[in-house]
Design a protein around this ligand. Structure first.
Ligand code: 13P
Length: 254
């Protein structure tokens, strides 16, 4: 059975100290809220990872993730971080394919496929993002775009390896804009993704894969979004930077 998940993506926000104090607040507020089939993940900048793992402690239901990794195992790549280095902090997750990485750092589907392999070989769980731009939605290309992102970025995996993948549908036009996909728009894409998972792998993989919605998700709209049949939680940007908002969103999880 797939998990219901709320993941926070802090992006390039918060000093080291601010990150630790936000995380402590979140952990204190959510610790009694999380039930068996639920998972909370915080994806922080690299500088916080190890300390957050320590603060979360063993057996805590809040897991830690990074927001990117390099595709090579190690070597002369100044300023980069490998999947193994992330794992060595105790973090368990990595976001790959975020639209900000695709747009500002020219990450292609081909490169992402290599990052996916690197993350899996290290033993990380992947939160893989897909989503269309405003133009692609308006020209009715969104399904094709999302299918290609999946086919070229992550569908080379076997069904066994795909069990380490969480998908996130993040329409680019809804990220940080205050514009949210309507529950119907989001559900349509989530159902479509599940359909292609069934074609690519099988119905079991489609049923077992958590698909999160991301894009201006907040305590006001989370309940209707997460209430859709194929939406298994959210990937939260701005609202994950405020403990109260983030925890309100967590409380919506079934
Ligand atoms: P916002 O919630 O700020 O729109 O960001 C969504 C996002 O990009 C999460 O990865």
């Amino acid at each position: 059975m797939r998990k219901n998940i709320v993941a926070g993506n802090w992006k390039m926000n918060l000093s080291y100290q601010e990150g630790l104090s936000l995380f402590s607040e979140v952990v204190n507020m959510v610790k009694d809220e999380i039930r068996g089939n639920q998972q909370i993940v915080i994806c922080s900048p690299f500088i916080h990872l190890q300390s957050l793992v320590q603060l979360a402690g063993k057996g805590n239901k809040v897991s830690i993730g990074a927001q990117n990794c390099h595709q090579e195992e190690k070597g002369a790549f100044t300023g980069e971080i490998s999947a193994n280095q992330i794992l060595s902090t105790g973090a368990k997750y990595v976001i790959l394919g975020h639209s900000e990485r695709r747009a500002y750092f020219a990450e292609s589907n081909e490169l992402l496929a290599k990052k996916v392999d690197a993350a899996l070989s290290a033993g990380l769980q992947i939160i893989f993002c897909v989503g269309e731009t405003r133009e692609e939605r308006e020209s009715n290309q969104y399904k094709k775009v999302i299918k290609t992102q999946l086919e070229e970025g992550i569908f080379h995996l076997s069904s066994t390896n795909f069990s380490h993948v969480i998908l996130a549908y993040e329409p680019v036009w809804a990220i940080g804009t205050g514009l949210t996909a309507s529950p119907e728009q989001a559900q349509e894409v989530h159902a479509y993704i599940r359909e292609i998972l069934a074609e690519q792998f099988n119905q079991q993989v489609a049923d077992d894969t958590s698909i999160l919605y991301g894009g201006s998700c907040n305590p006001q709209n989370a309940a209707t979004l997460f209430g859709q049949k194929d939406i298994d939680g959210g990937l939260i940007g701005g609202a994950s930077l405020k403990s109260r908002d983030f925890v309100e969103i967590v409380k919506v999880l079934e």
